[in-house]
Design a binder for this molecule. Structure first.
Ligand SMILES: [Zn+2]
Length: 383
């Protein structure tokens, strides 16, 4: 029933519009008009709409109605009808420039919704010199370039958008270079990857992603000292991402035979940040070197400063290795079960723009599509 009501909405609009137009023009009613009415009376809404659209010519007085009707169709998934109406409009010779630009933009949206991105792109390209639609068209083009992973064009369109709208796009452009660098890295083109990384870092010196990528490419090419410099840069860029560099730095320091320098770096992080990751890594190193008891003592001291479910979970493992008995063992098992439940299927990253939570780090939020908005979840729930 609801579906039928939706169908009748454009019919009602179209029939009222047709009648008004015909009365105004005082034309004799054409056979097509009765044909349309007949479809209406027989509840054949689709056919009635097609007849009415064909019946009324687009002119300067009806163009707004045609535009509204086409948008209505697109919103209800009837893309072909929307495209047909918009094409009719742009063939009209008396169209004002603004009306033409509106119709071209809407056609671009129609084709984009239909998944015909090449055609959509052509219509938006026609509008990049339009006073009224330049920024809107550039935004649409940028979304299409991102969708098809055309990073060269994404970079140039973002630069145009930044100029047109006086809107900084440095964060986005740096990510586009990073996307290119990742692709080059996967293809084993390390020089090209490093070049793209240099551009990204030049445009956004605070880009954590760029430092992580630079470190990975340096590791790939056995430039271990270069990798260490890149990974350690993250601390100054955004300490919320420290959890991303602990493991790679351990690999680097192990490769150059300096595990004690890595331990010193972890103590440095412990002194300057409230991240649980260095605490857990240090507890692990203490456990290997001095045993469970020392590691548990270290964790108890540091968990007071940096409370963490993951930390308590690890502490319970260390305590239970001492083989407690009776009540103490039951109590530890109970707590262990609790931390296990709390950590099960836990989200690790959250978008600070839309609140979307996810277990894997994405540099562009899968929900709101912003760049650099997903961050590791901190505090007691931190990994
Ligand atoms: Zn988001």
């Amino acid at each position: 029933m609801i579906d039928l009501l939706w169908l009748l909405l454009p019919v009602a609009a179209a029939s009222g519009w047709v009648t008004a137009r015909l009365k105004k023009r005082q034309k004799s009613l054409s056979p097509d008009y009765f044909k349309g009415l007949n479809y209406l009376l027989n509840e054949e809404a689709d056919k009635a709409i097609d007849v009415f659209i064909k019946l009324i010519d687009v002119d300067s007085e009806t163009v707004e109605t045609h535009l509204a009707l086409a948008v209505f169709f697109r919103r209800h998934g009837e893309i072909n009808r929307a495209i047909r109406i918009h094409h009719n409009i742009i063939t009209m010779s008396s169209l004002s420039l603004e009306q033409r630009h509106i119709a071209l933009f809407e056609l671009g949206l129609d084709y984009r919704q239909a998944g015909l991105l090449d055609r959509a792109e052509n219509f938006f390209q026609e509008l990049i010199y339009s006073e009224t639609h330049k920024v809107l068209a550039l935004r649409q083009l940028l979304e299409i370039h991102q969708q098809v992973q055309d990073w060269d064009n994404a970079i140039s369109t973002a630069q145009k958008l930044a100029r047109a709208n006086n809107e900084p796009m440095d964060i986005e452009i740096a990510h586009y270079y990073c996307e290119q660098a990742e692709k080059f890295r996967q293809e084993g083109k390390f020089d090209a990857a490093q070049q793209a990384i240099e551009w990204a870092l030049k445009i956004d010196p605070n880009s954590v992603r760029t430092s992580l990528l630079e470190g990975q490419v340096a590791l790939d090419t056995d430039d271990i000292k270069g990798a260490i410099v890149a990974f350690e840069r993250v601390e100054q860029q955004d300490a919320d991402y420290l959890s991303q560099v602990i493991e790679p730095l351990q690999i680097c320091y192990h490769k150059i035979g300096q595990p004690e320098t890595f331990t010193r770096y972890l103590y440095h992080l412990l002194d300057h940040h409230s991240s649980i990751k260095p605490v857990l890594k240090l507890a692990d190193l203490i456990k290997q070197a001095e045993g469970d008891k020392k590691a548990a003592d270290f964790l108890i001291t540091n968990l007071k400063k940096c409370p963490s479910i993951r930390g308590v979970d690890y502490l319970l493992d260390l305590i239970s290795s001492n083989k407690p008995e009776g009540f103490e063992q039951d109590f530890i098992l109970l707590l262990k079960n609790l931390t296990k439940q709390l950590l099960k299927d836990k989200y690790v990253y959250q978008c600070n723009a839309c609140g979307f939570t996810v277990r894997k780090l994405y540099w562009q939020c899968p929900s709101c599509k912003r760049w650099s908005s997903l961050k590791p979840i901190g505090g007691i729930e931190a990994e």
